[in-house]
Design a protein around this ligand. Structure first.
Ligand code: ADP
Ligand code: MG
Length: 248
């Protein structure tokens, strides 16, 4: 059974149709990449899948064979869906570790003691080569671009989602940080985890086996291919993709 299957999914902000009929099937363990120029609807698609209340949705979306659209955002998180925002918010006064403990309880439906959670967190941070003091900082408070992304990677490692939606996990990162993120993704990924990555750079994909690449334009997927399509796009640009688009 597919992990995620959308059919003719349309997403609206008020009256405005932003995503105009996207059909996407992600099998367990698959890595899908969505590329496309700014404003093509990539973030809106991911936000709507995570259940952002700002959007209304038509068409169908199933997660594990269940109607995703009937689930509230926290129920989607509980079912194992994770969205890493393009621009994560600051949550002042809440440490990353306290935030993660809450998110962990929501994800797995059980409270763990501070001491128990500290152990879980410490193990994950060790695996990721992170200093324990990082988790005692306020969520995203004064985080550099790279630190925000590292905090998301840590969330991913702790929450072990079944489907990770990663929106420009690479924005604002230098080349070294990019390859580190790719390595980390490969490291924390479980065999059955599905990943949808929005990115502008083929580079972050190095070391990850990419199953499908999709190009979005004006709210639609206009071209899909295997991992090689990402490199092709990086070389040739989007104009090439538009020329080779499948018209519907
Ligand atoms: P991308 O992530 O591909 O750059 P977005 O999904 O962020 O694109 O945005 C697609 C288009 O939808 C943009 O023109 C954006 O301004 C518009 N849009 C997104 N969210 C809203 C909203 N809540 N209200 C109005 N327009 C929106
Ligand atoms: Mg975006």
């Amino acid at each position: 059974m597919a992990l995620l299957e959308t059919k003719n999914l349309k997403v609206y902000a008020g009256e405005t149709e932003i995503v105009k009929g996207v059909s996407l099937t992600v099998q367990p363990g698959e890595v899908h990449v969505i590329m496309g120029q700014n404003g093509s609807g990539k973030s809106t698609l991911l936000n709507a899948l995570a259940g952002h209340p700002k959007y209304s949705v038509k068409g169908s979306a199933e997660f594990d064979g269940k109607n995703l659209l009937a689930l509230k955002p926290h129920e989607r998180a509980r079912a194992g869906m994770f969205l890493a925002f393009q621009s994560p918010n600051e949550i002042s006064g809440v440490t990353l570790s306290a935030f993660l403990r809450r998110a962990y309880a929501a994800r797995f439906g059980k409270e763990v003691s501070v001491a128990e959670f500290e152990k879980i967190l410490r193990d994950k941070m060790k695996l990721l080569g992170m200093e324990p003091s990082f988790a005692e900082r306020g969520v995203n408070e004064g985080f550099s671009g790279g630190e925000k992304k590292r905090s998301e990677i840590l969330q991913l490692a702790v929450l072990e989602p079944r489907l990770a939606l990663l929106d420009e996990l690479d924005s604002g990162l230098d080349v070294d940080a990019l390859s580190k993120i790719a390595q980390t993704l490969a490291l924390i990924r479980k065999k059955e985890t599905g990943i949808v990555i929005v990115t502008h750079y083929a580079r972050i994909l190095k070391g990850l086996h990419v199953d499908k690449v999709h190009v979005m334009k004006d709210g639609k997927i206009i071209l899909s291919g295997d991992g090689r399509l990402a490199n092709k796009l990086e070389e040739q640009g989007y104009a090439w993709a538009y020329k080779n688009a499948i018209e519907d």
